[in-house]
Design a protein around this ligand. Structure first.
Ligand SMILES: Nc1nc2c(c(=O)[nH]1)N(C=O)[C@@H](CNc1ccc(C(=O)N[C@@H](CCC(=O)O)C(=O)O)cc1)CN2
Ligand SMILES: Nc1ncnc2c1ncn2[C@@H]1O[C@H](COP(=O)(O)OP(=O)(O)OP(=O)(O)O)[C@@H](O)[C@H]1O
Length: 257
């Protein structure tokens, strides 16, 4: 192997800070711990750059982009056929709103699960949600995200991680940045990556992973740095583009050979 071959080449995207230059690192000269630490720094710099972009977006742009995203999601064959789905409840800003998708999920009789961060151990689970009225009663927690309580009326809500017989067909994932190679960067807590690892470790098949991003969150191939524990998406939906894993393309676009 050539001695100074870069481990990761990132940041060719116009408008991202020149700080990238310092992360072109000789793979052969680094231990895996150093490599992990370098990737962590890259991720942090990318998060800051994209978050800055997102803060410039008007609510009107977010609404228009969210409408276009909703139309694309609703037309996906895998969305139409799925019976149980996880969808995030959107934050007040800086991400695509999911209200219309949630409305469709509930009115079509699919089982809906939304994220809940467990205070005891800081992991994320998905809890079953039953109706628009149910959601309207949620309180906003950290980061302004609405979360369900543990109970629905007198009953404990179904939870995906504590009920091994419950399965998810699809997860709609938020993120800070995405690239055309279907890599995803989250907010840096590892909630989604750890959830998917825990879920698949219990023997259940991986749900279809569908990322949702605004135009400003989509980067070129290999721009999002990844490590072993990062799960790759199957589909990425943005207002202008839908990117589908190559081997799924026909079934997701509805084309048949
Ligand atoms: N709507 C929504 N719900 C979600 C997520 C999400 O991204 N969006 N999550 C996805 O994991 C989980 C919550 N995780 C989150 C973790 C951090 C921040 C956040 O804004 N944190 C920073 C900013 C970090 C950054 O630079 O991005 C902060 O503390 O200010 C938001 C959500 C579960 N529910
Ligand atoms: N599958 C996993 N197993 C163990 N630790 C993990 C896993 N996924 C992520 N982590 C840990 O979580 C932390 C944040 O990871 P990372 O920066 O990849 O998160 P992210 O992709 O931004 O967040 P998220 O997955 O919530 O969207 C890291 O310290 C990482 O080691």
């Amino acid at each position: 192997m050539e001695k100074y071959m870069p481990a990761l080449v990132v940041g060719r995207e116009r408008g991202l800070p020149s700080v990238w230059a310092i992360y072109i690192i000789a793979e052969t000269a680094m231990s895996s711990t150093h490599l992990q630490a370098a990737v962590k720094l890259q991720k942090k710099a990318l998060r800051n750059a994209i978050s800055h972009r997102l803060r410039q977006l008007s609510p009107q742009s977010i609404n228009e982009q969210s409408q276009a995203i909703t139309e694309r999601i609703l037309s996906l064959p895998s969305f139409k056929s799925c019976r149980s789905i996880s969808c995030y409840l959107s934050m007040p800003s800086a991400e695509a709103t999911t209200d219309a998708v949630i409305h469709e999920i509930l009115s079509s009789g699919k089982k809906l699960y939304v994220p809940k961060i467990k205070t005891a151990d800081g992991t994320m689970d998905f809890l079953r949600v039953y109706s628009a009225d149910d959601i309207a009663s949620f309180l906003s927690g950290k980061w302004g995200i609405r979360e369900p309580g543990e109970l629905w009326g007198e009953q404990r809500r179904e939870s995906i991680l504590t009920s091994p017989s419950e399965t998810l067909d699809m997860i709609l994932l938020p993120g800070v940045a995405f690239d055309r190679g279907l890599s995803r960067l989250g907010h840096g807590k590892g909630y989604y990556d750890r959830f998917i690892s825990a879920y698949t470790s219990s023997g259940r098949s991986k749900p279809l992973l569908v990322g949702i991003g605004l135009n400003e969150q989509l980067l070129d191939m290999n721009q999002v740095p990844v490590v072993d524990h990062d799960w790759c998406l199957d589909v990425l939906v943005t207002p202008r583009e839908m990117i589908v894993r190559e081997d799924l393309a026909d079934e997701q676009t509805g084309d048949s050979k």
